[in-house]
Design a protein. Structure first.
Length: 469
C-alpha cells in the first residue's frame, strides 16, 4: 500500500497539447507545497490561508522566483475532496513543456510523483469509495459507448456495492441466528428457524446467480460486440463493411476471393460498439493463401458474439440454398442475422419471395433484405443488431449489470460456498459446520468491495489505472 503520509502530484488532464492542463496535488502537505510554487498578483496571498473550495488567480513560479505560467489554483480542504485529503489543483496552459516545468517545480517544492491510480487509491484507503467503485472510475474513463458509460457510472454511484452489502447482510443474519442458538440453546432453537434460514439462503443465492449471469452480456456490451461478416465469395461482405464504416475501408471487386485476410473496424450506434470483421468468402479452394483466409474466417466466427451471414439474392435458387444451408446449419444456436443482399439487382418481387423462403429454411434466424452497395435496409439492420443484445431494456432500466472479471470470480466463489451450505442443510449437517461455509461466502463477497482484500491485490488493481487519476 502507499504511504499514508505521501503528498503526491501528477498531471490529471493528460500530458498532451490542449487548451488547459490540470495538475493535482493531494496529501497532508498539499497546501504547503502549493504555497511554494503559487504566487498571487500582489505576492502576499497564501493558498494555505484561503477557504476551502475557492479559486485564485496567480502565477506558478520556479525555485528561483522566475514565472513559469499563469494559473488558476483551486483550494479544496479535507475531507470534502476526491481523496479526502487536502487537495490543490493548478490549471495552467496546456502546453507539454510548460506543464512539465510546473510539475517539476512542485516536485522540488516537496511533492512526490504520483503512482498510476494513486489518487483513487487514496480515496479508497480513506474510505470515500470502496473497491468496486474505484474500479468503476477507470471504466468511466475508458468507456467507448453509451452502455459502458451508463453501467460504469451506475457502479461508481454504488450499485454493485449496494447489491453486495445486501447479500452479506442476509448471510450475516442467518449466521448470527445459528451462532445465537449454539451459544444459548436454552432460549434459542435452531429447529425453529431452520426452514426460514434455508429459504433466506435460497433467495439470496438466486439473486447472486442472476448478477453472475449478467456478466457475459455486460462484458460484451461494455467492450464491444464482436460481429463477424460471413458468406460465400462475392456475397457483398466487404461492401457491407464499407457501408457501416462510411468509407472505402475494404477493397471491393467483382473478382471472387478478393478478401484474403480479416479486416476489422469499430463502429457505434444505439449506444453500443460493434467490432466488425470482414472475412474471406467461404468455399472449398486449392489456393493456399485463400484457404488460410477461409480458415481464419471460420475461426473468427467461432469467437463472434454476432454473425451477419450474407447471401447473394442474384444467384440461382439451387446455389442459393445448398452451400449456404450447410454454413448456416453450423451456426445453430448462435446470434446470427441472415442478410439477403443485392436486392437492388434482384428486384423487389424476387427479394420478397426469396426472403420468405429463407425464413422457412432457417426459422431460428432473423432474415432481412438489404443492398449493401446502395445502403438499402441498413438502418433496419442496425436496429435489429442492437435489439439482439438490448432487447429494449438492458441499457435503459435500473438493472445492475456485472462487467468486472475480478468481481465475477469473487461472486462465483461465494456462490460455491452458498451451494455447500444448501447441500449441508439438506444432508442434516450440524449447524456449527454450516457457519464455516456461510462465512466463506461472506468473505468472498467482501473481496468485491475491498473489505477482505490484501494489500498486494489492491496494489495490482490500481497499477492498471492511468497516471493522474
Amino acid at each position: 500500500m502507499a504511504d499514508y503520509e505521501r503528498t503526491i502530484a501528477a498531471v490529471s488532464s493528460g500530458l498532451t497539447e490542449s487548451g488547459i492542463s490540470v495538475i493535482r496535488i493531494s496529501g497532508p502537505r498539499a497546501l504547503e507545497v502549493a504555497d511554494r510554487v503559487y504566487r498571487s498578483p500582489g505576492g502576499r496571498k497564501k493558498l494555505s490561508e484561503q477557504k476551502t473550495h475557492t479559486i485564485h488567480y496567480g502565477h506558478a513560479v520556479a525555485a528561483d522566483g522566475s514565472v513559469l505560467d499563469e494559473v488558476l489554483a483551486s483550494v479544496m480542504r479535507a475531507p470534502k475532496t476526491y481523496t479526502r485529503e487536502d487537495t490543490v489543483e493548478l490549471n495552467c496552459h496546456g502546453g507539454v513543456l510548460v506543464t512539465r516545468k510546473v510539475l517539476e517545480a512542485l516536485f522540488r517544492a516537496g511533492a512526490e510523483p504520483a503512482e498510476p491510480g494513486e489518487f483513487t487509491k487514496m480515496a479508497y484507503l480513506n474510505g470515500r469509495i470502496d473497491l468496486s467503485q474505484a474500479e468503476a472510475v477507470m471504466d468511466v474513463i475508458r468507456a467507448q459507448n453509451d452502455f459502458a458509460l451508463s453501467s460504469s457510472e451506475s457502479q461508481l454511484s454504488g450499485s454493485i456495492s449496494r447489491k453486495v452489502r445486501h447479500f452479506r447482510d442476509i448471510i450475516l443474519d442467518v449466521t448470527a441466528q445459528i451462532e445465537a442458538a449454539l451459544d444459548d440453546p436454552e432460549h434459542y432453537s435452531v429447529d425453529s428457524f431452520r426452514e426460514s434460514a434455508q429459504q433466506s439462503i435460497r433467495e439470496v443465492r438466486a439473486e447472486m446467480a442472476q448478477l453472475s449471469e449478467s456478466f457475459y452480456d455486460g462484458k460484451v456490451l461494455k467492450e464491444g460486440i464482436r460481429t463477424v461478416i460471413l458468406g460465400r465469395p462475392n456475397a457483398g461482405k466487404s461492401s457491407l463493411l464499407n457501408t457501416f464504416y462510411g468509407g472505402d475501408r475494404a477493397i471491393v471487386t467483382e473478382v471472387p476471393g478478393t478478401t484474403r485476410d480479416l479486416l476489422e473496424e469499430s463502429v457505434r450506434w444505439s449506444g453500443l460498439s460493434f467490432l466488425l470483421t470482414d472475412t474471406a468468402g467461404l468455399r472449398e479452394t486449392e489456393d493456399k493463401v485463400e484457404k488460410i483466409g477461409v480458415d481464419r474466417a471460420r475461426n473468427a466466427a467461432r469467437q463472434a458474439d454476432l454473425i451477419l451471414y450474407l447471401i447473394d439474392s442474384t444467384e440461382s435458387r439451387e446455389d442459393f440454398s445448398s452451400e449456404d444451408r450447410d454454413a448456416l446449419a453450423s451456426l445453430s444456436g448462435r446470434k446470427c442475422i441472415v442478410l439477403l443482399n443485392k436486392t437492388d439487382l434482384a428486384g423487389e418481387a424476387c427479394a420478397v419471395e426469396e426472403e420468405k423462403r429463407l425464413r422457412e429454411i432457417f426459422p431460428d434466424f432473423p432474415v432481412l433484405s438489404i443492398s449493401a452497395r446502395e445502403g438499402l435496409g441498413i438502418e433496419k439492420l442496425k436496429k435489429r443488431m442492437a435489439e439482439l443484445f438490448l432487447n429494449g431494456k438492458i441499457a435503459y432500466n435500473n438493472e445492475v449489470i456485472l462487467t468486472n472479471e475480478r468481481q465475477k470470480m469473487c461472486l462465483d466463489d461465494a456462490l460455491q460456498s452458498i451451494d455447500l451450505v444448501l447441500d449441508n442443510f439438506d444432508a442434516g449437517i450440524p449447524e456449527d459446520l454450516l457457519t464455516v461455509d456461510l462465512m466463506d461466502a461472506y468473505r468472498s463477497l467482501g473481496k468485491i468491495i475491498g473489505e477482505e482484500v490484501e494489500d498486494d491485490l489492491a496494489d495490482r488493481i490500481f497499477e492498471k489505472f492511468c497516471m493522474g487519476k
